[in-house]
Design a binder for this molecule. Structure first.
Ligand SMILES: NC(=O)c1ccc[n+]([C@@H]2O[C@H](COP(=O)([O-])OP(=O)(O)OC[C@H]3O[C@@H](n4cnc5c(N)ncnc54)[C@H](OP(=O)(O)O)[C@@H]3O)[C@@H](O)[C@H]2O)c1
Length: 438
């Protein structure tokens, strides 16, 4: 009955969607989010989990996102139970203090407890697995892209966070042997020497490898100091030039530092310039004050957060940067950082991966590529390096892209992501509607 109802609702809302998630998919997605182990730990102990990897995370926002995803997916699985779930979501979105937010977590738990049995029953229904056409012809993606100054860069690279020491160097070398030709590092990662050694040991000509690095420390973010920092990085990297040089984030003396970088660019030492962790407004103000505008922006890019770590729901920020003529390099396509919802665990991505007979990681990376985003997955495991590079011989269909592109509607915690094509039909039946409407 519930399945028939949801099919009816979705029929009206998405007439052009060929494949649609089933109530079983929504139920699985709701249960997976609700069972997030960190959320469970928090409920048991009342303490935020200790997790150094998430040191920059605002746990409250992270948990609110997980709960909202669970509640919205449950609403779509069980439309009849919608009212109480929407009310719980409304509580989460309108809580103005930590105390009220934590009370809303408890209320969400109670609302969920009432339907958990029904969700489990639905989730156990055997999904229909259709094998579909995922041939690359559906959406061609080039292996390289040109920056606005004409410099060519690969669309796939290796992220190198935590690739340090002999193991780290080994992974970078393995990636180069696997065919990776872009390496993304940073002053902050402490592994520029490892990158330099791996490049030398690979025996590949320097001209075949695209090295991207960043100025990370505030103390180097000033006129004169930035130049010195680049010289030190060149030594570590054992190279006479850097292909892409970024400010790791907005920093106090960045206009002075940028003047140094512009001079090094004029001299051919830096082949292109970029910024990371800038939002649209920060970048608009920045470009008005500099002589050479950034050719590239490196920001968070995942199925839930397209272009900016603290969500900017009003705009598709990655698309806006591209429309300005900048190349977008996405980080943490696979990893939740700095949030909690885990792309690699997402029910809808798993379904699409099964359809296409590809892995979940490959679907996530391909999704970013089809958005024109350069990807830099990090792994230290040879089999994953190979898997993550194997993303140019299949494509996601327009329907699959629409489903993945709609996920910010399930995940968002602040304003609605206005740019999202709302294929799930959540808009206008939102948690923030007047209470009488609930
Ligand atoms: N500008 C910035 O502020 C910023 C911030 C974050 C990251 N970055 C850059 O972006 C790169 C990528 O981000 P990231 O390293 O944080 O995250 P990521 O590449 O999205 O994910 C890396 C994590 O996923 C695992 N993984 C990799 N391939 C996998 C696969 N095929 N299946 C399952 N798990 C897989 C890795 O574990 P194993 O290693 O064990 O395989 C690791 O735990 C960084 O390395 C860094 O270069 C930049």
């Amino acid at each position: 009955m519930a399945a028939a109802l949801v099919a009816l609702v979705l029929d009206g809302l998405q007439p052009t969607l060929a494949w649609r998630p089933s109530p079983a998919d929504f139920a699985s997605a709701a249960l997976a989010a609700r069972n997030d182990f960190r959320l469970r730990k928090f409920e048991m102990s009342g303490q935020f989990p200790e997790d150094t990897h998430f040191d920059e995370l605002d746990w409250n926002t992270g948990f609110a996102e997980v709960w909202l995803y669970a509640l919205r997916a449950a609403r779509l699985a069980l439309p009849k139970a919608s009212g109480s779930l929407r009310q719980a979501a409304r509580g989460l979105r309108t809580a103005r203090s930590e105390r009220r937010l934590h009370r809303s977590f408890a209320a969400a738990g109670e609302a969920f407890d009432h339907i958990v049995g029904e969700l489990q029953r639905l989730a156990n229904e055997t999904p229909v697995v259709e094998h579909r056409d995922c041939s690359p012809a559906m959406s061609a993606v080039n292996r390289s892209i040109h920056l606005s100054n004409g410099l060519e860069m690969p669309m796939l690279g290796l992220g190198t966070t935590m690739l340090n020491g002999e193991n780290g160097k080994g992974a970078i070398l393995a990636a180069l042997r696997e065919g990776y030709r872009l390496i993304d590092t940073a002053q902050a990662y402490g592994n520029e020497a490892e990158v330099g050694e791996a490049v030398l040991e690979s025996g590949l000509p320097r001209s075949e490898i695209f090295i991207a690095t960043k100025l990370s420390e505030d103390r180097d973010c000033k006129r004169g100091r930035a130049r010195d920092r680049v010289q030190a990085q060149l030594q570590l990297l054992k190279t006479s030039y850097i292909d892409q040089y970024m400010l790791h984030g907005p920093c106090p003396g960045m206009l002075g530092a940028w003047k140094d970088l512009e001079e090094l660019y004029d001299a051919g030492v830096l082949r292109s310039l970029g910024v990371s962790n800038f939002d649209l407004d920060e970048l608009s103000r920045f470009v008005k004050k500099v002589r050479i505008a950034p050719h590239l922006v490196q920001n968070k890019f995942s199925i839930y957060h397209r272009g900016w770590a603290p969500v900017d729901p009003a705009r598709d920020i990655a698309r806006a940067f591209r429309e300005q003529g900048r190349v977008v390099m996405g980080y943490c396509n696979l990893d939740a950082y700095p949030h909690l919802l885990q792309p690699l665990e997402d029910t809808f991505v798993r379904r699409i991966a099964t359809h296409c007979r590809r892995t979940v990681a490959q679907v996530l990376l391909r999704h970013a590529l089809q958005h024109g985003t350069v990807v830099i997955p990090k792994s230290e495991r040879p089999e994953r390096l190979r898997e993550n590079a194997d993303i140019f011989d299949f494509a996601l269909s327009p329907e699959d892209m629409r489903i993945l592109d709609a996920l910010p509607m399930l995940a968002h915690h602040g304003r609605e992501p206005g740019y999202v094509d709302d294929v799930f039909g959540l808009r206008n039946r939102d948690e923030l509607a007047a209470p009488a409407d609930l």
